[in-house]
Design a binder for this molecule. Sequence first.
Ligand code: DGY
Length: 321
Amino acid sequence: MHKKQLIAITRRMPAACEERLAARYAVRLGDDETAFTTETLARQADGADAFIVTPSEVLDAAAIAALPASVKVLSTISVGYEHIDLGAARDRGLRVTNTPDVLTEATADVALLLILAATRRAGEGERMVRAGRWKGLRPTRFLGTQITGKRLGIVGMGRIGAATAVRAKAFGMSVLYHNRRPVPEAGEIGAVFVDTLDALIAQSDVLSLHCPLTPETKNLLNAARIALLPPGAVVVNTARGGLVDDNALILALQSGKVSAAGLDVFANEPLLDPRYLTLENAVLLPHIGSGTIETRTAMGMRAVENVEAVMDGREPPYAVV
Ligand code: DGY
C-alpha cells in the first residue's frame, strides 16, 4: 500500500487542524511543554516530509542544516517569520510559509486591552484585590489616566496597526502613525501620517508598536527615542520583543518617564528580563495576541493548506520562500 506522507509538528494544534492533517497524512505531534534545541528539532522532524513550527522554535542556519533532507517545507503557524533563517532555507531548497491576514482583529484587540490595562492600572489593581490589600474606593487613590482625547502613535500601519487605529478612534483617541510610506486607507479612518519616527514618538501619549522585527527595526525603541516621548507616556508592544531595548524601557518605567507599559511580547521569550516582574506599572501578557480559538484555528488551517499544497506539488498559498 502507498505509504502516507509524514507531517511533523512541534506543538499541538487546534483539534480541527489536527483532524484535517490526520485525514490525509501520518502525523507526529509535539507536546506543549518541551523547549526545542537544534538536536531535538531534527529528531522531531526525522523522516518527515513537512515540518509545522511556531515562533517559539528557533530555526537558525544550524537548526536548518540539521533537519533531515526529507523535509520539503517549514510551515510556521504565525505571520512573523524572524525565527527562521530564510537564506539558509532558500539555500537548501526548503519552502517557508506563514499564516497572514487572519490574526489582525485578535491582535488589535490585545493592543487595546494593553492600552486600557496600562493606563487604568488594571494589573496592579487586580494584584491588590487578590492580595486582600484593597481598602475600598477613595476619591484620590488608584487613579489612572483617561485615553479619551489622548494621542495614540502607531509604529507600522499594516493590517494590525490599522485595526488598532479603528479601535482607538472608537475610544476617542486621536491617531497618528509612522510607516515607510503613507497608507491611503489610514487617512480614511482618520489616522494622520507623521513622516519621521522621532516626530511621531515626540507626539505620542501612547505609543503602540506594530512593525515586523528585522535587522533595521531591532531595538527601534531605544533610550534616545524614549527620551523623545512626552513625560508619562505609555508604551504598548504586541509585535515583537526585539523592537524594544529592554534596559532603556525598564529604566524609563522605574523613573516614571514612561508611566506604564503593556507588553505581550518579549525578547528571548519566555525568558523575559526579570526586572519587568518587579514593576507594578508593567502589564505583562504571555504572547496571546492571536490567542483566540477562532484565530488560532484559522492560522492552523493556513499552515495546513500550505503543507497540503507542497505535498501535492502545488505553490503554497502563503509562501515566504
Ligand atoms: C505571529 O503570528 O507572528 C504572532 O506573533 C503569533 O501570535
